[in-house]
Design a protein around this ligand. Structure first.
Ligand code: ZN
Length: 263
């Protein structure tokens, strides 16, 4: 394995017609991947998909945007998380960007997120966190940092994880570093310059790569479905932005993913 896409959704419908080819191209380019569930059904699908594939792993959770549509079935999640291919709890977290009724959603999101934290601590697995602030603010990150700090005081290093699709500022980055969390970046780095500062600010030991496929394709295929092999573009962008050697960056971010997720 040369690259690791720490967050993709190749179990989703857009891959129904060519999933085997997408996986074959990942294998050919030595890209491993974490297939992330967003509800119980997609978490079970993720596990089934990776079960017999070397360098593929799964994560199970209920995405904050679905907490009003699906009851968090703690026992079922606990059961699938026992599987050795299940390497993280999530995606889970807080999203102030999408809900129509943010205030109602916030209460439920927080409750469900705290249940994920407790499951992760119980299972001794890292968290895959989604945190999306409302436009022009860092609100969901500030709330997230407060919640994680409270649990960190009680559980220490048992509480660990990655802030997926990180779009916060250096201030939030510093707070997540203090909590011992990594932050992962997508191919948004290939076409937006808003995150260059935070990519330079972070120590290389705290950066992880991902694609969030099928979303956010890199500039070379902008507007099309994204595929996990685009994690190669993400590594190139990080190296360029930081002015560091691509091989050094590739090996470091791979090691970070291996360490955090035990893959
Ligand atoms: Zn996702």
């Amino acid at each position: 394995m040369k690259y690791f896409d720490a967050h993709c959704h190749v179990q989703f419908d857009p891959y129904d017609l060519d999933r085997a080819a997408v996986i074959a191209s990942m294998q050919e380019k030595q890209v491993g991947g974490m297939v992330v569930g967003v509800d119980l059904d997609s978490s079970v699908k993720a596990l089934k998909l990776v079960e017999n594939l070397p360098n593929f792993y799964a994560s199970a959770g209920l995405h904050p945007n679905y907490v009003l549509d699906e009851r968090f079935d703690e026992d079922s999640f606990r059961a699938i998380l026992r599987h050795p291919k299940m390497k993280a709890v999530g995606e889970c977290g807080l999203d102030n960007f999408r809900p129509e009724d943010v205030e109602t959603a916030k209460i439920e999101q927080r409750k469900v997120f705290e249940k994920h934290i407790e499951l992760a601590i119980e299972a001794d697995k890292p968290m895959m966190i989604h945190s999306r602030p409302s436009k022009g603010t860092q609100d969901a990150y500030r709330d997230m940092i407060d919640i994680l700090r409270t649990y960190k005081r009680e559980y220490g290093d048992r509480l660990r994880g990655d802030i997926h699709f990180f779009v916060g500022s250096t201030e939030e980055a510093r707070d997540f570093l203090d909590l011992g969390f990594t932050m992962s970046f997508t191919a948004v780095l290939t076409f937006a310059r808003d995150y260059d500062e935070v990519v330079r600010f972070l120590p290389l030991t705290s950066i992880i790569t991902e694609t969030d496929s099928p979303y956010v394709a890199p500039s070379r295929i902008r507007g099309q479905r994204n595929d996990p092999v685009s994690v190669i573009d993400v590594v190139q962008s990080i190296a360029e932005i930081r002015g560091e050697d691509e091989k050094v960056v590739r090996e470091a971010v791979l090691m970070n993913a291996r360490t955090l997720f035990s893959v």
